[in-house]
Design a protein around this ligand. Structure first.
Ligand code: ATP
Ligand code: MN
Length: 532
């Protein structure tokens, strides 16, 4: 039996996917929630939010993500960063998965990745879980209903959590698998219920496809000034650095919170929704995001709630620190209608420095911006993994190594050209620790970060007096109205300034050591600003 609306020439059978049980095409939100409830996938929460837990996997499984080593991509994939899978392994995986799917109920969503029609791709998402259908409907872009009648997919993604891969048969690492086949235009996901895999698969796809069209794909959030898309800002950053938090700025229009492209026409969101962390989410500091947790259809993933009142517990991280909510862009009241922006006027590189060394904001030259883009420094904060007691610095190139199928220089060069052509001002913002490293100091107040960003984006910060930082070479403002002056100079915030100097020296040498790998690929101007 099938239900729903679909291009009659493009059913699953037309793609060679046959013998399934009930198939539901393009159900809308209420029907998806009804199906998910009937199947016992989750619970209806306050305001009609949908509450789910995902079992063993509450985060991505980057090591289980494979790119299929086909002839057409063999010379372009960055294999040191992307685990390979043989074409034969993939074919067996696909055959076994199709066999496993027989007789089971599936949900199909025909969606679009990319708000700019010139660079958009059509994605068909086939999910075993009804709530994954709901999730991806929020996260990607939803075509008009009438457009579904002629929808053809550029890529198809099958997500079947009940399927376990077999490393010996399928040439993968474990029984959890995410396999991208660029030739077959197919992505297969098995044995994980964590919803983020769905959206990051599409991101990985676009990160591969767009550079060939001269479009820079970016792991960043974006917003623009009210009534003025020409005044666009983008915020690069690894997980937990504040992309979602800081782009939701009541004084600006939200373009998107995680994935964007930069073409000759300007910036565009890849997505149609947001996926925000909810740990310690406060209605005062982040009112817009907080409000979405009580809206119809918002997917609340891995949050503890009161069984009687369905009250969410934002402090209880017993299921995971990575608890999240997913909602369509329009749930943020000042979101852009078309998810398009201009060429970025300001580029912000976010870092969460748990060492408490980097200033809350610094101005970068284009060469320094390239250096920090390739470095991709941040810290995993203790507590996010069991047994981690020291801050764990990581360098993840392009602020998103797990999603980059090509070599870092491919993205670096594109970004460098675009910055040179459009003359963006670049900033490094530390949303991590101040007054000492983790354990001694405290997290940068969101209010201070917001005040500094407001000054940067309005242009007033450019007029401030700057000092040159002796460790890192970038420019740091000396005073900014509305911000505690001491906060601007991290050394002054430490009780023990010799300890600051030692910590800074340690960080400098870490930067230097990490950057060695890029030396053969970069221009002299970037080499000239290398740290250490
Ligand atoms: P992901 O890529 O995983 O979605 P992200 O970059 O979007 O990550 P956020 O979801 O914005 O990261 O997470 C930032 C977290 O840090 C939030 O929980 C926020 O409340 C907290 N936070 C604390 N201080 C700050 C600050 N000064 N600036 C930004 N975020 C802060
Ligand atoms: Mn985010």
């Amino acid at each position: 039996m099938t239900s729903g609306r679909v291009n009659p020439q493009f059913r699953l059978e037309d793609q060679g996917i046959e013998g399934l049980g009930n198939v539901h095409y393009n159900l809308m939100e209420p029907a998806l929630i009804e199906a998910a409830l009937k199947r016992g996938e989750g619970t209806l929460g306050n305001g009609g939010a949908f509450l789910v837990t995902t079992g063993k996997f509450t985060g991505r499984s980057p090591k289980d993500k494979h790119v299929v080593r086909t002839d057409s991509v063999i010379d372009t994939i960055w294999w040191e960063n992307n685990a390979a899978m043989s074409p034969e392994g993939f074919d067996t995986l696909y055959a076994d998965m199709l066999e496993h799917m027989k007789g089971r109920e599936f949900f199909v969503q025909d969606l679009v990745g990319g708000a700019d029609p010139a660079y958009a791709i059509n994605v068909r998402m086939v999910t075993e879980l009804a709530w994954h259908g709901l999730f991806i409907r929020h996260l990607l872009r939803r075509p008009e209903r009438a457009e579904l009648d002629s929808f053809l997919a550029d890529f198809t993604i099958i997500n079947c959590p009940s399927f376990k891969a077999d490393p010996a048969r399928h040439d993968c690492r474990s029984d959890t698998v995410i396999a991208l086949n660029f030739d077959k235009k197919l992505i297969l996901i098995g044995n994980t219920e964590y919803a983020g895999e769905n959206k990051k698969s599409v991101f990985t796809l676009l990160n591969y496809l767009l550079p060939e069209k001269g479009v820079m794909p970016m792991h960043c959030s974006a917003n623009h000034a009210v009534g003025n898309p020409v005044d666009t800002a983008i915020f690069f950053g690894l997980s937990g650095t504040g992309k979602t938090t800081l782009s939701a700025d009541p004084a600006r229009i939200l373009i998107g919170d995680d994935e964007h492209g930069w073409s000759d026409r300007g910036t565009f969101n890849f997505e149609g929704g947001c996926y925000a962390k909810t740990i310690n989410l406060s209605p005062e500091a982040e009112p817009e995001i907080y409000a979405t947790t009580h809206k119809f259809g918002t997917v609340i993933e891995n949050m503890v709630f009161d069984e009687e009142t369905f009250e969410l517990d934002f402090q209880d991280s017993s299921l995971t620190e990575n608890m999240r909510c997913a909602y369509p862009l329009e749930y943020i009241s000042n979101a852009s209608e078309n998810a398009l922006g201009g060429h970025p006027k300001n580029i912000i590189l976010l870092t969460c420095d748990a060492y408490g060394v980097l200033p809350p904001i610094s101005r970068l030259t284009p060469a320094q911006a390239m250096y920090h883009f390739l470095s991709g420094f941040t810290s995993k904060t203790p507590g996010t993994e069991r047994g981690v007691v020291e801050p764990e610095p990581t360098f993840s190139t392009c602020f998103g190594a797990p999603f980059m199928p090509r070599r870092p220089e491919a993205y670096g060069k594109l970004l460098q050209e675009k910055i040179a052509q459009h003359g963006a001002t670049c900033w490094l913002v530390n949303t991590g620790w101040t007054g000492g490293a983790f354990g001694t100091g405290s997290r940068m107040p969101i209010r201070a970060t917001r005040a500094l960003l407001t000054a940067a984006l309005e242009g007033s910060l450019n007029e401030a007096e700057f000092r040159k930082d002796e460790n890192f070479g970038f420019e740091v403002p000396v005073a900014v109205p509305g911000v505690d002056t001491q906060l601007l100079d991290p050394r002054q915030t430490w009780a023990d300034q010799a300890a600051y100097d030692a910590q800074a020296a340690k960080l400098v040498s870490m930067f230097a050591e990490n950057f060695e790998q890029y030396a053969p690929y970069i221009d002299d101007d970037v080499k000239a600003v290398a740290i250490g």
